[in-house]
Write a protein that binds this ligand. Sequence first.
Ligand code: C2G
Length: 131
Amino acid sequence: MKRVITYGTFDLLHYGHINLLKRAKKLGDYLIVALSTDEFNLNSKNKKCYFDYEKRKALLEAIRYVDLVIPENSWDQKRTDVHQYKVDTFVIGNDWEGKFDFLREEGCEVIYLDRTPEISTTKIKKDLNQV
Ligand code: C2G
């Protein structure tokens, strides 16, 4: 069974995220999503989430492509995650191109997928403000 992992905040969940998860699942048989916790978002990603971790986790667990959701508490857990969850492939959007190549040293394939254009949480918030 080929195991794939990806990381993110996924707030507000939109079709760009779904598109990423759909393509990520196609790369294997089992998809793990490491979901940024509220504290990690606030303290390390400078993101204030609209939905808290439990709600974002429930949303992701309802997506057919997602098999397991685990917490992302720090930038540095990827190496251990790859071993702990026996991950074959790490995948993330190409806004992170090159940033996680070091995982190849752990025997993990690293793939950067094109982001879905024209959609982002920032755009959603901006458009809603103009309503
Ligand atoms: N994404 C995408 N297309 C968009 C928006 C997002 O493909 N229009 C992808 C991102 O590239 C990422 C995933 O959806 O792979 C989740 O996006 P975010 O929640 O913004 O993730 P990010 O904050 O970049 O967190 O340790 C890694 C970080 O936790 C990644």
